[in-house]
Ligand binder design. Structure first.
Ligand code: PLP
Length: 405
């Protein structure tokens, strides 16, 4: 009998945030052990729940949400996204330019499937949110990673980007604010990326799902406000700012040089139609979420839960010898560096597995974010301060042993 084998298309696709270490953690939990999970950016289970008003409006509309809707999503939600574009200054966005999806994840996969021929290249940041690399690879493309510079607050390295453009490069992915680094990009670097896109005829993919989770004096500049003469596809959704990751709801906005992309946009429309439509009940959350009072503001302001947890986690991590971490300006992650002279790590997945087995804490290794060296990890600062304190104390204890070995 032959083994039933997965397709060759999946050979180089990887998504290690939910990889073997997580399987291990799940098994330990099934055995009844308590694992401190600092591995996934899923706010609701940490008591960071969605605003009541949104849940109320979804329940109110539930009976209306029984049938399929337009392949691009319900009108009122798309209109709300369109108005949000007007408010932040993205010109020339019409209802037809907005696609709702089952989370940003589905829309990323669709945007890549509709574009890429085998061997086409997409520039993706390192470190990245690895779904981008996986989606490019699944679509037959090649993800070419450009560096973000830890010594420069994790801003994209423009020279590195420029040096990696080839005749096969079709687009560039910009994750701003960034997962996993928490960086918020300055206007100048964004303009330089637009200049490169214009010069080399690249599509810009702007993943802006953390655009309202900003700390201190951080200001987010939406890519669509700058990339007005190149094709720009922006992504956002309900999972983070509105703590509704389980609703699986996000949107994609096409702006800029739309007139040159008729065929590509038709391709996205075809894929949207093939899955009929996205989850309709969740679409009724979008208008309410985008309008009115923004409760995320309370969480990120000084004294707010997310702000305080970031302070706590960042301070405690930097107190560990040989660990240094750029302070995140946005989102819900820290991406600390382990000094290779102090911690000569060869396999960071093994490090994270050892940490799980010894201390029952789950983190994600830096190489899962396509970071080239085994000298980083990502930690989520969603748990309450006392849980973060406990987790980081256990991490410190673990690393002490690693140092001595
Ligand atoms: N983009 C980034 C940068 C993310 O961090 C995430 C989730 O962690 C997503 C997209 C996926 O979001 P969604 O829940 O909308 O699929």
């Amino acid at each position: 009998m032959h083994h039933i084998k997965k397709s060759d298309k999946l050979d180089n696709v990887c998504y290690d945030i939910r990889g073997p270490v997580l399987d291990h953690a799940n098994r330990l939990e099934e055995e009844g052990l308590r694992i401190l999970k600092l591995n996934i950016g899923n706010p609701a289970p940490f008591g960071l729940e969605a605003p009541d008003e949104i849940i109320h409006d979804v329940i109110h509309n539930l009976t209306k949400a029984q049938g399929y809707c337009h392949a691009k999503g319900i009108y009122s939600a798309r209109k709300a996204v369109m108005q949000r574009c007007q408010l932040v200054g993205i010109p020339n966005v019409e209802i037809d330019d907005i696609f709702l999806g089952n989370g940003v994840s589905e829309l990323i996969v669709m945007a890549m499937q509709a574009l890429l021929n085998n061997g086409d290249e997409i520039l993706v940041p390192a470190p990245d949110y690895p779904l981008w690399t996986a989606a490019v690879t699944l679509a037959g493309g090649k993800a070419v990673h450009y560096l973000c510079d830890e010594d420069n607050e994790w801003q994209p390295d423009i020279n590195d980007i420029a040096s990696k453009i080839t005749p096969r490069t079709r687009g560039i992915v910009v994750i701003n604010p960034n997962n996993p680094t928490g960086a918020v990009y300055g206007k100048t670097v964004l303009e330089q990326i637009v200049d490169l896109a214009r010069k080399h005829d690249l599509i810009i993919y702007a993943d802006e799902i953390y655009d309202r989770i900003l700390y201190d004096d951080a200001v987010h500049v939406p890519m669509g406000t700058l990339a007005t003469d190149v094709l720009c596809i922006s992504f956002n959704g309900l999972s983070k700012t509105y703590r509704l990751a389980g609703f699986r709801s996000g949107w994609l906005v096409v702006s800029g040089a739309k007139h040159r992309a008729r065929s590509y946009i038709q391709g996205i429309e075809m894929l949207a139609s093939m899955r009929l439509c996205a989850n309709v009940p969740a679409m009724y959350a979008i208008q309410t979420a985008l309008g009115g009072y923004q409760s995320i503001g309370d969480l990120v302001a000084p004294g707010g839960r997310l702000y305080q947890q970031r302070e706590k986690a960042w301070t405690l991590l930097n107190d560990i010898p040989g660990v240094s971490c750029v302070k995140p300006k946005a989102a819900m992650y820290l991406f600390p560096r382990l000094d290779p002279e102090v911690y000569p790590i060869e396999d960071d997945e093994q490090l994270v597995l050892d940490l799980l087995l010894e201390e029952r804490i789950l983190l994600v290794q830096g190489t899962a974010f396509n970071w080239p060296n085994p000298d980083h990890f990502r930690i989520v600062f969603l748990p309450r301060e006392d849980d973060l304190e406990e987790a980081i104390a256990r991490l410190a204890r673990f690393l002490e042993k690693y140092r001595q070995n």
